[in-house]
Design a protein around this ligand. Structure first.
Ligand code: MGD
Ligand code: MGD
Ligand code: SF4
Ligand code: SF4
Ligand code: MO
Length: 900
């Protein structure tokens, strides 16, 4: 509490204590650290007042009120240890304890057993014995009703916090239990294993399957999976391993105390038995563990020989500091701008289009704006599986009255909450949005003032919309005209506040990806839906640090901070690094793969990416990478790509190093070390710096520039060169928590939304775009099905990380392809039938999942590799001409039934 804040002072057990106005007596008790049971009170949630175990005595008040519900008032005199009170409260606690099964009345099972242990209340039971079998159908936790005291915390967590609605208090009176509707098991319910209920249960009735073990320390850090950037608290056990369950961080301003299954239960991959911990070189086809010196020298030799024929990939899983060092090494030492990363496969069309139209490639708003918006339009993105905590915030917005429009050829979970679902044919988004734009203009729903003052190019764009009549659009997209009109009206004129445009891979991973994004951006410009609270444009960033990896300069087209190769920028970097950087763009990730085939790239340095699962057309990519003279892989695991490498450098994982990640709302957040790296593994920034020094020495360039002793120094250097990060430092992040860039000075609070006043390029640009072919390869007689690829909640990309988390693998153990019932009937395929999918490039096997979620003629498969089958064997390596992103979302396949 800061000096001078208004406070309320009261006395508890003779000690005076001050709390903020609005605090409860329980808050004051906790402030003093007095041991008072409080079983139904989740520290992050309003009081439920259900368990009556936090009773206190207050001078001048009748009876013994529950302190969780009692506002603290000036001058109150409170006792927690009055003898009569204590007797009554212990009676309540004893009864509560008696509701739970004796087998659980032992220490280690949450607050109830702790409270009982203090009072010696074990091995008693007052309630009639109603033994209910434990529900252990979920992989990470069990529901054991015998230990339940019906406080209701879990049902609040599931229904009010996560808005999932898997469990409820069922039945009445003495028959009340926590359960799944219809008495089903948790596995049969809509439960997503988010663990919000597990984290809040005070008795262990919902508890992790892992046996309780003492926790030695807890470390607050940032989730290593997706771009939402949730705060997680790792718990380090006495045996030096992380506890299965990570806690949430209620003060994290992006996640607000919520997590999904991967952040809560998915961090165990760091302990995988096949983690590679010594550096290795491959000789005569087999791997040999060697010293760091030997491995780094071997890598340096291979790269030096191929200077001029070299490309590098940075990792969007690693930290900002790691990424900054990789690009510095590539530019300053290897003398090339051939540096890229998985953003190429992801939001590169968004970045290209946004830089051109607005001058910045980042999300303009904050997650808070989704909750404040009156209309949310979610295009080609499936947040329930891919950005689950954002999905919660979208559901919360809907329950507050916002309208939700889903635009997706596939029925996604969010369609359950949507007011309108536009199910267009894949690849026809330009037509759909151009037609919406025409409606907005024809019906006078434009924001004239915004257009006049803040944009350019309206007239030319308006003319380009001429062909996109509603009739034409219905014909091309398959979306009924009235739905197009409805969406246009709702987006242009939200019920309240503004409209948010949110999009994902359904828009970008097409040969017309950049055009799709422009068509969307034009909608936000013509309606002025950006630059104020509750509005904005959001490419939901995928990897935990893909935003930061772009910011740090791991792009062939831009220097750190999206600075172009202008003479001024080149001079600035020369002054900082002591060397002149090549002055033109390098080649992209997808172009590097092609260059391996024609021999113009002969050596590659790959940090934390696994292209031989995640590139399109894997046979083609494998041929390309097999051609290399020198492939250096730096990763946690010897994955498919690493198997082709010449040198393997073992990296430390997120929990084993210091640094920062930047999330999808531009929030720079701290990553903290909880454990030492296993064996000889080292943090990426250290490995790359050592490699850089060796290469520089051999080449006789740069005698210094890689002598960092801590990633904080790396961040400092980056912040000096990148104006929008200039006010951020590790120190400040430690003091204040995450900060959203732009943050130009050390006293700047960070920025919730961009474009309130102006655009970095002055005026925003309307860019006319036309519908080109829907896709490079469409279904035909031989390959009659359209294949759409993407993700599921329980797996991460090719599965390099999630296949190594047993509980995640159990939740999604086999590869399933979604097929419409009509097609299934025609092909005589049932639920679970093994089928073969074949494209012009390869084939795989998967199990049929018959579902109305996909349209007849279209099938969907996640690109995780399970049982040797991964979708990228099938996909097509054709690219968007501007962003060079592959067309992962459309190719043609045939399906054959293989058996049951
Ligand atoms: N669980 C999990 N979460 C993840 C990831 C993961 O691997 N697993 N990966 C992370 C990463 S790196 C990323 S980039 C994000 C991606 O997150 P999303 O963008 O949500 O990813 P996808 O599942 O690839 O595709 C989204 C949707 O695009 C739709 N779609 C396909 N074709 C079209 C089309 O022509 N038009 C439109 N409008 N929609 C279409 C698909 O039906 C699908 O629902 O997820 C991140 N989060
Ligand atoms: N068919 C199809 N293919 C797709 C897509 C699709 O929608 N459909 N989506 C594309 C998209 S959007 C993306 S982003 C790409 C993702 O493609 P990749 O980036 O290749 O996929 P990941 O599996 O996330 O690879 C991350 C690697 O980093 C390693 N790693 C984790 N932490 C660290 C660390 O701290 N340091 C180091 N050095 N390594 C670490 C992991 O072990 C793993 O090998 O896939 C693309 N491929
Ligand atoms: S894990 Fe999440 S979804 Fe499942 S019951 Fe608990 S709160 Fe609900
Ligand atoms: S939503 Fe994303 S950042 Fe949050 S816990 Fe899940 S995977 Fe991690
Ligand atoms: Mo991505």
């Amino acid at each position: 509490m800061k000096m001078g804040d208004a406070v309320v002072s009261l006395t508890i057990n003779g000690t005076s204590v001050a709390v903020q106005p609005g605090a409860t007596v329980l808050d004051a008790v906790n402030r003093l650290g007095l041991p008072l049971p409080q079983l139904c009170k989740d520290p992050d949630r309003p009081a439920l007042g259900a368990c009556r175990t936090c009773l206190v005595k207050v001078e001048g008040m009748h009876g013994f009120p529950a302190s969780c519900h009692l506002p603290a008032r000036e001058g109150m005199v409170v006792s927690t240890n009055d003898p009569v009170l204590t007797r009554i409260r212990n009676g309540v606690l004893d009864l509560t304890c008696g509701m739970a099964t004796p087998s659980l009345n032992r220490p280690g099972f949450g607050q109830l057993s702790d409270a009982c242990a203090r009072l010696g209340f074990f091995q008693r039971r007052h309630m009639p014995w109603r033994h209910t079998p434990v529900d252990d159908t979920k992989s990470f936790f069990v529901l054991d009703r015998d230990a339940c005291i019906l406080c209701g915390r879990c049902t609040v967590a599931c229904n009010d916090v996560q808005q999932i609605g898997a469990i409820a208090l069922l039945g009445r009176g003495a028959r009340t239990t926590v359960g799944v509707f219809g008495d089903g098991s948790l596995a049969s319910s809509v439960c997503t294993s988010c663990g919000q209920c597990v984290a809040t249960c005070p008795t262990g009735a919902i508890r992790p399957k892992e046996a309780p073990a003492p926790v030695m320390r807890e470390v607050e850090t940032t989730c290593p999976y997706c771009g939402v950037g949730c705060g997680i608290r790792l718990r380090v056990r006495a045996d030096g391993r992380l506890a299965l369950i990570a806690d949430d961080v209620p003060t994290n301003r992006s996640s607000l105390g919520m997590l999904c299954v991967k952040g809560r239960f998915g961090t165990g991959f760091i302990h995988a038995a096949d983690r590679i911990t010594p550096p290795m070189v491959r000789r005569n086809g087999s791997w040999h563990p060697v010293s760091w010196d030997e491995a780094l020298d071997a890598a340096a030799e291979g790269l030096v020989t191929n200077r001029g024929r070299f490309g590098a990939l940075a990792s969007a899983k690693a930290t900002n500091e790691d990424g900054y060092i990789v690009q510095k090494f590539v530019r300053a030492v290897m003398g090339t701008n051939n540096i890229d990363h998985c953003a190429r496969l992801c939001h590169s069309p968004s970045v290209v289009a946004m830089l051109r139209s607005l001058g910045s490639g980042a999300t303009s708003n904050s997650y808070d704006d989704y909750e404040a918006a009156g209309c949310l339009m979610v295009v080609g993105s499936d947040p329930s599986s891919n950005h689950p905590v954002i999905a919660v915030r979208l559901r919360q917005a809907v329950s507050r009255g916002a309208r939700l429009i889903v635009v997706n050829p596939k029925r996604i979970e969010l369609c359950d909450q949507a007011d309108l679902w536009l199910q267009q044919r894949p690849g026809t988004d330009v037509t759909l949005f151009n037609a919406m734009a025409r409606v907005i203009i024809d019906e006078g729903l434009t924001n004239l003032e915004f257009m006049r003052n803040r944009t350019e190019g309206f007239e030319a764009w308006r003319e380009s919309l001429e062909p996109y009549t509603l009739q034409f659009a219905e014909q091309v997209t398959g979306v009924p005209q009235e739905q197009i009109v409805q969406a246009a009206r709702w987006y242009a004129k939200p019920l309240f506040a503004g409209s948010c445009l949110i999009w994902g891979m359904g828009i970008t991973q097409h040969t017309n990806g950049t055009a799709n994004v422009h068509a969307l951006l034009n909608l936000s410009l013509v309606t002025g839906q950006m630059g104020f609270a509750g509005s904005g444009i959001s490419p939901l960033r995928g990897q935990n640090n893909v935003q930061g990896c772009c910011d740090a300069g791991c792009l062939p087209t831009h220097l750190p901070g999206y600075q172009r190769y202008t003479p001024e920028a080149l001079e600035k970097f020369e002054a900082a690094w002591g060397v002149r950087i090549p002055n033109s763009a390098g080649i992209t990730l997808t172009e590097m793969i092609e260059a391996c085939l024609d021999g113009s790239i002969r050596a590659m340095y790959m940090v934390g990416e696994n292209p031989l699962l995640t590139e399109p057309n894997l046979h083609h990519a494998t041929r390309a990478l097999s051609n290399l003279d020198c492939l250096v892989v730096q990763d946690l695991f010897l994955h498919e790509t690493a198997e082709l490498a010449h040198v393997f450098l073992p990296a430390a994982a997120f929990a084993e190093k210091e640094g920062t990640f930047t999330n999808s709302e531009r929030r720079v957040q701290r990553v903290r070390k909880a454990l030492d790296p296993p064996g000889e593994a080292k943090p990426d920034w250290w490995i790359t710096s050592e490699l850089a020094r060796r290469v520089a020495q051999r080449l006789g360039v740069l005698s210094s520039g890689f002598e960092y002793s801590h990633p904080a120094e790396v961040f400092e250097e980056m912040a000096r060169l990148v104006p929008f990060l200039a006010g951020i430092s590790h120190d400040r992040l430690d003091r204040e928590g995450g900060i959203q860039w732009p943050c130009p000075t050390s006293d700047h609070p960070g920025t919730r939304f961009l474009y309130a006043e102006s655009f970095p390029i002055g005026k925003a640009q309307f860019v006319p775009v036309v519908q080109t072919a829907e896709a490079a390869e469409l279904p035909d007689h031989d390959f009659p099905f359209l294949l759409n690829t993407g993700r599921i909640l329980y797996h991460w990309h090719g599965g390099t990380l999630t296949r190594r988390v047993q509980g995640l693998l159990e939740l999604a153990p086999r590869l399933e392809v979604a097929i419409n019932p009509e097609d299934a009937r025609r092909l005589d395929i049932d639920q679970g039938t093994l089928v073969r999918l074949t494209s012009r490039r390869g084939e795989l096997t998967a199990y049929a999942q018959i579902t109305e979620a996909v349209r007849a003629g279209e099938v969907f498969i996640p690109f995780v590799k399970l049982a040797e089958s991964g979708a990228n064997i099938l996909t097509n390596s054709v690219y968007d001409p501007f962003a060079k992103i592959p067309e992962y979302k459309v190719c043609a396949v045939m399906i054959e039934r293989l058996g049951k």
